[in-house]
Design a protein around this ligand. Structure first.
Ligand code: SAH
Length: 458
């Protein structure tokens, strides 16, 4: 069948932007055919040049604005939008917060769950410079070693010094490292040839502790001029507490290898979340926006209604952030997580904080729920914080069998949240409060939220 596509590559069209997708692209329609246009906002009238055409949609670029949205921020530095560091950076922050609230609302409506309300998104007072971790590729660009970020959907490095959403002390440390790598002529890794030394610079900084860790990810076992580079970092980054070389000699997009070599100082740094002290090593998972993570998890914990007498399961527990914070308000906490290293961190952190009523298990949450159910465990509260794909159906079933009074659902994907709300309803759990979105990643399209479900009539 021949399809009639009304747009053609490299042609220009006048149109009005009618929508903003969940990925943050504007949508214009030419004879009903959708064209996705980055950096275009609803209501704007634009001249669009079509850059790519597929059967069902096209991509385009704004060549000129006839009118601009009142919600637009004129971003001086386009690299933030180009690189995907800040795909919503051109939208005013209050409009970003409404966009996120609306997304959940719209998905609920599509699922005929209009009765469930969504509160305004809890935002940040200063919605930038929040990330406590940076992983920056190092590449040769026109004969010069550069650090920066990849252009969206490519491996083309755009050199950047101010990353806008990272802790500025981290940005500064990266520049110090970059200049040392240049000074000592360390060669950047080349993906095509597999040759070269330095692949990535990772920097982490404790939000409360102000401790900095610098990780130099190399393709080679040896880091040439390591002593000089270490001396330079110690002199140039006063807060540094740990310098580590991580060796990644595989041809892969995975950033870190498995092998770490402490070059200077400690092999881990510390920070606090919800009053718990966490040790963070190069490979540890740790939430990247500590201020908003505290608000997100505190919202979850406040809604659990704990008074010290409850048994709580924290499913998808990661390094146990929620479990350990909940432990002081509960009788017993059980955490389950599929990544073994994360569970080791969780146990280690429980011990260091003197927490004795948290038990951690490695495994798939859905399998472990079946085991707990078979063993006759009766939790009062189940907290889930699943990855984007949401909760396994069998876990929802097992929850229904174990019969906790409450389920607190921390979500990073409204689409699977809505699906899972419907599934929980089939097992007697219903949403009893408006959903609370919390903005964990300002300037990006990520939407996180807390939903409170209670067991009814069973
Ligand atoms: N609350 C955690 C983070 C949760 S992120 C913290 O603060 O550390 C979601 C977690 O689910 C990740 O750690 C991921 O490794 C884990 N995960 C993914 N699939 C899983 C599964 N089937 N069973 C258990 N854990 C899983």
């Amino acid at each position: 069948m021949k399809v009639n596509i009304p747009v053609h590559k490299n042609e220009e069209y006048q149109a009005k932007v009618v929508d903003l997708t969940y990925q943050g692209n504007g949508v214009v329609k030419i004879d009903d055919f959708p064209v996705f246009v980055p950096n275009a906002l609803p209501g704007e009238e634009v001249t669009v040049r079509v850059t790519k055409v597929t059967r069902n949609f096209a991509w385009g670029r704004v060549m000129e604005w006839q009118t601009k949205s009142p919600d637009r921020v004129d971003v001086k530095d386009k690299t933030y939008i180009q690189t995907g560091i800040a795909p919503l950076g051109h939208l005013k922050y209050d409009a970003q917060l409404r966009f996120k609230q609306h997304q959940i609302k719209e998905l609920l409506e599509k699922a005929h769950l209009d009765g469930i309300d969504v509160l305004p998104t809890m935002g940040m007072a200063k919605p930038y410079r929040y990330r406590n971790k940076a992983q920056v590729p190092v590449k040769m660009v026109r004969g010069k070693l550069e650090t920066g970020f990849y252009k969206r959907g490519s491996h083309t490095l755009v050199p950047i010094e101010d990353f806008y959403i990272q802790d500025p002390q981290i940005d500064k440390a990266i520049v110090v490292v970059r200049d040392l790598l240049r000074k000592y002529l360390v060669t950047p890794y080349d993906e095509r040839t597999g040759k070269g030394v330095i692949r990535t610079v990772m920097v982490r900084r404790g939000y409360y502790s102000h401790e900095i860790m610098v990780v130099l990810v190399t393709n080679t076992k040896r880091l040439p001029m390591a002593d000089e580079i270490v001396k330079g970092i110690v002199a140039g980054v006063p807060e540094v507490k740990s310098i580590v070389q991580n060796i990644n000699d595989r041809k892969t997009n995975v950033l870190l290898g498995m092998k770490n070599k402490a070059l200077w100082g400690k092999d881990e740094i510390h920070d606090q979340l919800l009053g718990i002290d966490f040790a963070i090593s190069p490979l540890s998972f740790y939430q990247v926006n500590p201020q908003q993570t505290e608000r997100l998890y505190q919202t979850a914990i406040d809604n659990a209604g704990l008074d010290g007498g409850q048994t709580v399961i924290d499913a998808y527990c990661g390094i146990g952030t929620i479990s350990l914070a909940v432990a002081k308000h509960a009788k017993q906490v059980y955490g389950v997580e599929v990544v073994e290293a994360a569970i080791e961190d969780a146990k280690h952190n429980a011990k260091r904080n003197g927490i004795k009523n948290a038990k951690f298990v490695v495994g798939k949450a859905e399998d472990q729920f079946a085991k707990w159910q078979a063993e006759g465990l009766k939790p009062d509260v189940v907290i889930v914080d699943p990855p984007r794909k949401g909760v396994a159906e069998s876990l929802i079933e097992a929850t229904g069998e174990m019969g906790p009074q409450k389920v607190i659902y921390v979500s990073c994907n409204p689409a699977t949240l809505v699906r899972d709300i419907q599934r929980f309803a089939e097992h007697g759990y219903h949403v009893v409060k408006p959903i609370q979105p919390v903005d964990q990643f300002p300037q990006t399209t990520h939407v996180e939220s807390v939903t409170v479900l209670e067991r009814m009539g069973k």
